[in-house]
Design a protein around this ligand. Structure first.
Ligand SMILES: [Zn+2]
Length: 213
């Protein structure tokens, strides 16, 4: 994010249209939109973070319900956990955009590592139909579990991807991150209908002008 831009915390009802990153870890980073122009932070409370986590299927419902109950009785602790999650979010934005531009800031790994290890510790291994699966422990309902799971997914699913598949949306006032899983590998926008349309209509009008010459 450009350092001089003031972030406005905005109340937002998350919908599936906000989940375009291709992985929940990137969708979490995208809970700030418009980092390039007028940044709006959509996480206005720990409850909102839980709403987002439910929509993103980040954690089993049972654990989300336990966290919601805990947040009711310990609001101050929940608020501190939200602040820690946001710190991780901005660190991950710097890391991913750094990887994309070829200059990843080295200092970002310590915080990611801390949350990633907590994410591993929140899992247990068990047999399921002859396979071994990693599952979130039932007693892992800690306020920081959302940040831990975001870090876990980041390390497991996002960072191993080829770096040319990690993208920042080209649209104005967006800066959302996404995985380009298109065949040709040329996806430029988070969503064609939102950020692609402006560019498309600009191209359309340019073609019209060409034809009229
Ligand atoms: Zn966009």
């Amino acid at each position: 994010m450009k350092a001089h831009l003031q972030v406005i915390v905005e109340s937002h009802r998350f919908s599936t249209g906000d989940l375009i990153g291709g992985d929940a870890a990137l969708d979490f980073i995208n809970t700030i939109t418009g980092r390039d122009q007028s940044p709006r932070d959509w996480l206005d409370s720990y409850t909102r973070l839980l709403e987002w986590a439910a929509l993103a299927h980040l954690l089993p419902e049972k654990i989300l319900r336990a966290l919601a109950r805990k947040a009711q009785s310990e609001p101050a602790a929940a608020a501190s956990a939200l602040a820690r999650a946001k710190e991780l979010r901005e660190t991950l934005f710097a890391l991913v955009t750094g990887i994309i531009s070829g200059s990843a800031p080295k200092g970002t790994l310590a915080l990611l590592s801390k949350h990633w290890i907590a994410g591993i510790n929140a899992h247990e291994l068990r047999f399921d139909d002859g396979h071994v699966i990693a599952e979130i422990r039932n007693d892992a309902a800690d306020f920081d579990l959302i940040a831990s799971m975001v870090a876990y997914r980041m390390v497991q699913h996002v960072l191993p991807l080829p770096k040319d598949r990690l993208r920042v949306c080209d649209g104005p006032n967006c800066s959302w991150l996404f995985i380009d899983s298109s065949k040709a590998g040329r996806r430029r926008w988070c969503d064609m209908a939102v950020c692609g349309n402006a560019a498309k209509s600009r191209r359309f009008h340019a073609r019209l002008r060409q034809r009229r010459k």
